[in-house]
Design a protein around this ligand. Structure first.
Ligand code: ADP
Ligand code: ZN
Length: 731
């Protein structure tokens, strides 16, 4: 064991740990030496922490005084390529490297030796008697018969005590067995035939296959209307990648979408791939992490954090629904998974496919500029055609107060019900009512911790703050004036809309799909499957339903408030509304039955609403691009959002003011600082928030200038600063 990147025992090495320190720590290599990239355990004060040997030590310290690496973990070392990716991602997002390492090591017990574990699966026997607890255990195991659960997972997920599982095991209803912890995933067979592609699809698939055979990095924007077969096409690219013996990663924006996708992968390649998202059990996570690193996983399907898995030989990253705002991590390390996918692929020499019916303006512009290739699938597959789109001019409709379904929309829904088809009523607002007001004094119930109103959630019988999650019971007395029984809900949320629908359509089976109404991703998945199979006549949903689920019986989409997203000063308001409305409308008429989408609007002449209705997408993007270009904002200029927050408002303002005045490092690159101003949500969890905005020209080296600028001011311990490069939202 020697060669470049090998450190013999006693040599000075620099170790990166996931501890919140913004520097590498020097140690001496342990007995037997270690390689660069090795995962190690090192002493830090009285503790031992995990880390990665990042490179040669930095010096400055007497080697004799350095402590030695405690041990090298039995894990495939981090590749130089991954080190490079983490470093560049940290530089780009101005995130400490230690936080990047945390993202890259999100699996439990990485250093533990391979071992056996006791797992449970369904046996053949019938229980002597059925209880609801037993039923839940069996239902869970039946849902996916290939899954194996530990005792803790099984009882936790089913919500039963361990003794229930043990009891079932004694009767042979479930079977206990010992398996090695980290088994390779079953082989996917890329040689199996896919669906017979249409001419258009085949052309797009061939272009992607050619890119993969050519090797090296490239990004392709795969733009196709909902239902045009984008998934079929990119699965061909996955097949090509697997056939080359390289690994592929498919990112999905929503966990609830994975179930359907896994089924499609299984149908296409004969087995299920590795899964990586917050709904995956800890033991599975560890297995996925290790197998990705050792090559025992060919394909990973996951959420944005799957980008930080230790792939051995990554050949392809697909970002499905690439415009989706959930790809932007808004907590901790602020990164956009779409951009990080492109970065990772460019380092790994991999191909990227960005799939969307309504691409982000960034990707559209990159394709226009020739940085990305572009493939179009303008037609829906088979008989399915794009839905008819029309506006309902709400100024011409008469509605009683506290009603939101117009007579025109009502008639359209009734027609679908009569035909035995499904209708979707779309409203992007969770809960019962966004505002609760006192009719006596006008007081609006707000969150004590945030500058936000509490939202009534009637199903849960409580008020909830959508900023911090704080809840309280709905009071009967106004907290401001003491008037009794004068509190009234104002405006609709999906729960209130479902009440209205129940009155208007008493015979219909109504299902509400909103992320907060389901205890787990699993429960939500199950409900979506039931609805798709026809177990509801009217679906009332938030943006959750806009994302790629197939509802074959759905032929009408009614958008309750198409104007909702157009308010507000957000730079992306128009783009978001356009994408969301097109996506929602795309839910209608996916099978043989033609669909229609009706948009209730008080301003049907608004350019964005007109663009949605006319379907002139290129026209919309050109106009939107021209506006942003004129304003010098992304993607034609660079931006960073800085938020300072702390318990004391004047102190935070003062600090922000000092920062704004110390703008020399920014002026050097021609950047400008705007603010300070109270953030749109001026208080969250008791912390006052002050915002600065930095704008620079497209080519400017923004990050180093920002780093130098921010470093000028020492923050008191109770003030936090977050820097968001390319902010997606302003809050
Ligand atoms: P998108 O990803 O663009 O929304 P999908 O790939 O999900 O589209 O295709 C929509 C539906 O049409 C899916 O049920 C898919 O299986 C089916 N489909 C698409 N192309 C074909 C094809 N060439 N042959 C058979 N079925 C297809
Ligand atoms: Zn709050």
């Amino acid at each position: 064991m020697s060669g470049p990147g090998f450190f013999p025992a006693g040599a000075r090495v620099a170790v990166l740990t996931a501890q919140p320190l913004d520097r590498l720590l020097d140690y001496t290599a342990p007995e037997g030496g270690c390689h660069a990239g090795a995962f190690v355990e090192v002493p830090l004060g009285p503790r031992r922490v995990a880390g990665v040997v990042w490179g040669p030590g930095q010096g400055g310290f007497d080697t004799a005084k350095l402590r030695a690496v405690h041990r090298v973990l039995d894990v495939a070392p981090m590749r130089a390529e991954m080190q490079d990716f983490l470093t560049r991602a940290a530089d780009y997002t101005l995130t400490p490297l230690s936080a990047m390492l945390r993202l890259a090591t999100r699996a439990p017990g990485l250093g533990d030796p391979p071992s056996m574990r006791r797992v449970y699966r369904l046996g053949g026997a019938e229980p002597d008697r059925m209880t609801s607890a037993r039923e839940r255990v069996i239902a869970l195991l039946e849902e996916d018969s290939t899954q194996r659960f530990t005792l803790g997972e099984l009882s936790g997920l089913a919500g039963v005590s361990a003794s229930v599982v043990k009891g079932l095991a004694r009767q042979g209803v479930v079977v206990e067995e010992d398996t090695p912890r980290d088994l390779p995933y079953p082989r996917l067979d890329p040689g199996r035939a896919g669906k017979a592609l249409t001419g258009e699809q085949a052309e797009a698939a061939a272009a992607l296959r050619t890119g993969l055979s050519a090797g090296g990095y490239a990004t392709t924007l795969l733009k196709g209307v909902t239902g045009s077969g984008k998934t079929e096409v990119y699965l061909e690219a996955v097949a090509e990648c697997l056939a080359q013996g390289r690994q592929a990663l498919v990112l999905l924006p929503e966990i609830a979408l994975t179930a359907e996708f896994l089924t499609r992968v299984e149908a296409r390649f004969g087995a299920r791939p590795a899964e990586w998202h917050s709904g995956v059990t800890m033991t599975e996570r560890r297995r996925a992490w290790r197998m990705v690193g050792e090559g025992g996983a060919q394909l990973v399907v996951g959420a944005r954090s799957a980008l930080f898995l230790p792939f051995r030989d990554l050949g392809l990253i697909v970002v499905d629904e690439e415009h989706d705002s959930s790809y932007k991590q808004e907590d901790g390390a602020l990164y956009n998974a779409r951009d990080m996918a492109v970065l990772r692929a460019s380092i790994a020499g991999a191909q990227v496919v960005l799939a969307s019916a309504t691409p982000s303006l960034e990707s559209w512009a990159n394709a226009q500029a020739g940085k990305y290739a572009r493939l179009d699938l303008p037609q829906r597959f088979g008989a399915a055609v794009m839905p008819e789109l029309a506006a309902i001019d709400m100024r011409a409709e008469t509605l009683p107060s506290d009603r939101w379904i117009s007579p025109t929309l009502r008639k359209a829904v009734e027609a679908r019900l009569a035909a035995g088809e499904q209708a979707l009523l779309f409203l992007n607002r969770r809960g019962f009512a966004p505002v609760t007001i006192c009719r006596a004094c006008g007081h609006q119930i707000g969150c004590d911790q945030c500058d936000a109103r509490m939202v009534e959630h009637r199903f849960r019988k409580q008020l909830m703050c959508h900023q911090c999650g704080e809840t309280k019971p709905v009071p009967s007395v106004c907290p401001a004036c003491g008037a009794e029984d004068r509190l009234a809900p104002i405006g609709p949320g999906v729960e209130r809309l479902s009440e209205e629908a129940a009155t208007l359509f008493p015979e219909a089976r109504i299902a509400v799909l909103s992320s907060d109404l389901f205890g787990s991703a699993r429960a939500l998945k199950t409900r979506i499957r039931e609805i798709a199979a026809g177990d509801a006549d009217i679906v009332i949903g938030t943006q959750l339903v806009a994302k790629g689920h197939n509802f074959p019986l759905l032929t009408l989409v009614g958008v309750i408030d198409a104007d909702l997203g157009l308010q507000g000063s957000d730079l992306r308001a128009a783009e978001r509304t356009f994408q969301l409305m097109r996506q929602v409308a795309g839910r209608a008429g996916r099978a043989e039955k033609p669909g229609a989408a009706l948009l209730q609007s008080f301003q049907p002449e608004h350019p964005v609403i007109r663009a949605i209705l006319s379907g002139d997408e290129e026209g919309f993007w050109r106009a939107e691009a021209a506006e942003r270009q004129a304003a010098g904002v992304p993607p034609y200029g660079r931006m960073a959002g800085i938020v300072l927050s702390g318990p004391d408002a004047p102190a935070v303002f003062d600090l922000a003011g000092r920062l704004a005045r110390a703008d020399a490092p920014l002026r050097r690159i021609g950047a400008q600082v705007f603010g300070p101003a109270p953030a749109p949500i001026a208080r969250i969890r008791g912390r006052h928030r002050v915002r600065l905005l930095v704008k620079a020209a497209k080519g400017a080296a923004l990050q180093p200038a920002l780093a130098a600028w921010a470093a000028q001011i020492r923050l008191p311990a109770n003030v936090r600063m977050s820097i968001d490069i390319d902010p997606q939202s302003f809050y």
